[in-house]
Design a protein around this ligand. Structure first.
Ligand code: ASP
Length: 329
């Protein structure tokens, strides 16, 4: 059971209309300048971080690390919320969203992309090869194929079976996500990395909410919502019900909070508090933010308990649970 609650901190003082938490050192906070660092959302972030870490620990580029890292989840049929094996929309189609940003503020994204296993790499090409930021649907697919990507079948038998069950048993689109129904239905991988040269980059890739309406696009491909990077400050990314994140431009808000002096944890906490103030039925949904500063501090916060994020640094490799606004009883 979950009850309405607060973060471990109490609020006092104010900054740009937000409040600065006044508290002892936050639980998710990491103080130190030990670069590189990579963090990513959910349990499948552990394997993704491992691949990213190999690049980072070899003095590689953070952009290469985040792309290679999230490709691990995209290719894994066991991760049913990203890429190959993703749960389809209400009509049985797997449609993918992805977004990538580098330390120079360059950005590329794709939305409503079908048949391509690695949308993150298409997003990177949009960033590097086109004058645009986002390509969508058939145009994104055409661009991908012109650039050497192959059309693949992304709907696995397991995902099709789940969709069939959903069609016969539930039929109704249920966007709400609570902690009892978290696993598997909304586990976008968002990854943030800062390399040994302090270059900070981020990537975010998803099949979106399970059984979403056909044509629905979430926060993940939207710059500033699912992901935002400012090479002078830090980066933030989101997971959970994208509609809440889009309405509050969550990742941009987290980075702006850091610009105004908050730690990554405080910045995530303030963005979750913003959601609780602006969205009346927020407690029906899950949203989690992760944030990383250019100097390698990181933090995370969520609406409901159960949001785990994976961390890899020279000192620590593993999962952490974010502090949440609602508390488990
Ligand atoms: N944020 C994603 C979306 O709304 C869902 C997720 O995190 O899995 O599409």
């Amino acid at each position: 059971m979950i009850t309405r609650g607060t973060f471990i901190t109490r609020i006092s003082g104010g900054i740009i209309g937000l409040s600065l938490p006044d508290y002892a050192w936050p639980v998710n906070h990491f103080a130190g300048n030990n670069l590189p660092v990579v963090i990513s959302t959910w349990r499948h972030g552990v394997a993704a971080n491992e691949t990213a870490w190999k690049i980072l620990s070899d003095n590689g580029y953070a952009l290469d690390a985040v792309e290679a890292g999230v490709r691990v989840s995209e290719a894994d049929p066991g991760v049913n919320s990203v890429g190959y094996g993703g749960i389809p929309d209400a009509t049985g189609k797997v449609t993918l969203d992805a977004n990538i940003m580098d330390e120079k503020g360059r950005a590329g994204s794709v939305s409503y992309l079908q048949h391509i296993k690695h949308p993150i790499s298409v997003a990177r090409l949009v960033m590097e090869k086109t004058p645009h930021v986002m390509l969508s649907g058939r145009g994104a697919l055409k661009f991908a194929m012109e650039n050497g990507f192959n059309k693949e079948k992304l709907l696995t038998n397991a995902a099709r079976q789940r969709w069939k069950r959903w069609k016969t048993e539930e039929k109704v689109y249920k966007p709400e996500i609570n902690s009892e129904n978290q696993e598997g239905d909304h586990d976008t991988i968002s990854m943030l990395a800062v390399d040994s040269e302090s270059r900070i980059c981020g990537a975010c890739t998803t099949s979106g909410l399970a059984f979403k309406m056909h044509g629905r696009v979430g926060d993940s491909p939207i710059i500033g919502a699912g992901l935002f990077v400012d090479g002078e400050i830090g980066a933030a990314a989101a997971t959970g019900t994208g509609e809440l994140v889009m309405k509050t431009l969550g990742s941009f808000l987290v980075v702006e909070n850091m610009r105004n002096g908050m730690t990554p944890f405080q910045a995530c906490e303030a963005a979750i508090i913003r959601i609780t103030k602006k969205i009346p039925d927020f407690s029906e949904y899950q949203v989690g933010f992760i944030a990383l500063s250019k100097s390698g501090e990181y933090g995370a916060a969520s609406i409901s308990p159960g949001f785990e994020y994976a961390v890899a640094t020279a000192e620590f490799t593993g999962l952490k649970e974010a502090d949440s606004w609602m508390k488990a009883q």
